[in-house]
Unconditional design. Structure first.
Length: 250
């Protein structure tokens, strides 16, 4: 690993560990009766206590420190006084900014006992992300990532959201390349060692189409079907990749 890679990987790893730690704390309170703004407060305080800043806060006008996307909300849900109830699923998306570098991650939490269909959706989404991460290495194509996710998800009877994608990350929150979660093998840009980006599939129980609500942020499924998401920030190496946002609990 070159000196440049080493520094960018080290700094992203540090930010990623803080972001993952925030979600580990969320896992302790993600239960029926909790408000999404309580989750937001916890994430803000945890990240702040670890010498970092919650990158979503005021990013392009976003009003909160994390995104809480419940049930048919695909992404960018704004924490509020909404109370989570038994059977809900909620994706919590956090990004820690530490020493000028970002670590971005999200998990979908099950609130109490959820339906069999919802459980399968959550598991399929997580597995699709991990299958894609497993193939990442120097010299594969970005399209290989999307194809791997799409193949697994559609075989399980779900659909891949096409309106949002993973992204390059580092000292800038969102940058090139765009990492689509659908596509064809052998297409798109070639991945190179040293690249840092997110893989963050959003998977719907029904149709893949989404719409954004009047608040300008909250994206929902058009057919109001459930949606799940998981996200890791990874760094590409010659023969694989490093996940910077792994939970200590797994």
């Amino acid at each position: 690993m070159s000196k440049n890679f080493k520094e960018s990987f080290e700094k992203t790893r540090t930010a990623g560990i803080i972001a993952a730690g925030a979600l580990d704390e969320v896992s302790k309170i993600a239960q029926p009766g909790v408000r999404t703004d309580e989750i937001d407060k916890l994430c803000y305080e945890y990240i702040n206590d670890h010498g970092a800043y919650s990158a979503p806060l005021f990013y392009r006008g976003f009003p909160k420190s994390c995104c809480t996307s419940t049930n048919h909300v695909v992404c960018h849900g704004i924490p509020s006084d909404k109370i989570l109830k038994e059977g809900d699923i909620v994706n919590v998306d956090v990004t820690a900014l530490k020493d000028g570098w970002h670590g971005d991650t999200s998990r979908t939490f099950e609130i109490g006992e959820i339906s069999v269909k919802a459980k399968k959706l959550v598991r399929t989404t997580y597995d699709a992300m991990m299958k894609a991460i497993k193939i990442v290495k120097d010299d594969i194509y970005l399209g290989d990532i999307g194809a791997t996710i799409q193949k697994h998800v559609e075989a399980e009877g779900f659909s891949v959201v096409q309106d949002f994608c993973g992204h390059g990350i580092g000292q800038v929150f969102h940058k090139e390349p765009n990492v689509l979660h659908y596509g064809k093998e052998g297409t798109g840009e070639k991945i190179k060692a040293g690249m840092i980006f997110t893989i963050e599939p959003m998977i719907n129980l029904g149709n893949y189409e989404t719409k954004t609500l009047k608040d300008g942020w909250t994206a929902v499924t058009k057919d109001k079907s459930l949606s799940a998401q998981f996200e890791h920030t990874i760094g590409v190496t010659k023969d694989g990749c490093e996940i910077f946002t792994l939970s200590k609990n797994k």
